[in-house]
Ligand binder design. Sequence first.
Ligand code: NI
Length: 266
Amino acid sequence: MRLIREVRCFAEADPTGVLLNTWAGTTAGGDLRTFWTLRATVRGPVDPRTGYLCDVKAIDQLLRGIVAPRLATAPLSGPFWTALGTLLAGKAYSDGAQWCAPPARLAALELKISPHTAMTIREENPDMVHLTQSFEFAAAHRLSCEGLSDAQNAALFGKCSNPHGHGHNYLLEVTVAGPIDERSGSVVDLARLDRAVREHVIEPFDHKNLNVECPDFARLNPTVENIARVIFDRLKGAVQPARLASVRVWETPKTCAECTADDRPD
Ligand code: NI
């Protein structure tokens, strides 16, 4: 069983210690400051007596009391991630804090520094950081199978087979994985990642008719699954030395396809 708990906090230590809004994490001070989200995943058995895997108040205290202050003093630097990796490995901080009573343990910790950038470390490999960056593009497509008539394609794909096409505002989430670079303090040079996505995805796909203007889909039905796979293959060699872990493409807020490194082995 896994329990996921999120806290919203400022990137500076709370000078007041008074949390008036537990939903948004605002403080009595009311100042405008950098805002982050921390999400902990705890795994373990459920206590048959209490029905709890872990008391979420304990997670909150540790995220707010230990992790957030460390973020404030060592934002995204190598030592910060090393400290979190140690935590994920099931060890305690020097001040003796434990995440939760054994055998429950921290399985993953995610830090969102903006609605569009998230970093995660997982217990199976605490030296590895997964960084997810979001992008968007708009494109038109028509779903159809070669060799089928318009009527047959309409029966198979419905309105998505309109011969004149239709459009989507696609949301793209690119996740790269790697160790923290000692000099930059990050998994990947974010500016370089942005350039790679711009060159290999945004410029060829944005405001285009995928079937007509993009050779990737000249013989390939541009479903969201195929779009995710094509984008993965386009970016795979462009984010090194980081490793491309996954590509998610949201076609609508309700429909998403994910292509992972396991789906596209070397
Ligand atoms: Ni569509």
